[in-house]
Design a protein around this ligand. Sequence first.
Ligand SMILES: [Fe+2]
Length: 166
Amino acid sequence: MPTKTEKHLYPTHIDIPESTREQLVELLNKSLATTLDLYSQLKQAHWNIKGPNFYQLHLLFDDSASAIFEFIDLIAERITTISGIAHGTVRNSASGSILPEYPSLPLSEQEHLKAVTERLAAYAKHVREGIEKADNLEEPTTADLYTEISRAVDTKLWFIEAHLQH
Ligand SMILES: [Fe+2]
């Protein structure tokens, strides 16, 4: 159940009904927590990768982390734009993320690729569900934000997963 703070909305002149904004803020805070978590897990892979393809994968994981980093601000500021409160601390992320913790280290190259693929795929699914939920709430601007993220995440998933497809 969301706490009082999570449900708090500031007065606003924006023409989106309050009940819609409440549901969007809850959804977007779940995405914010998950995006922060995914970013830190991609950095975990970037820092700890070892093996014959070290340099290529080290750069690839960082490239994905940088792309995900951009979404943190996008999502948090959509929350505050619609007069909600963005819950974006590391502790909020740890308690609100839909992702499992990154597997225990050390891991092989293949295990890192599998872990990153699974997390990007779970995030891509969450984001695609966000498009549908925002559509159902008749809020095309938030649906568009999720669509923008979805297109980029699907591409990142392809770049990582291609290493496992042979
Ligand atoms: Fe780095």
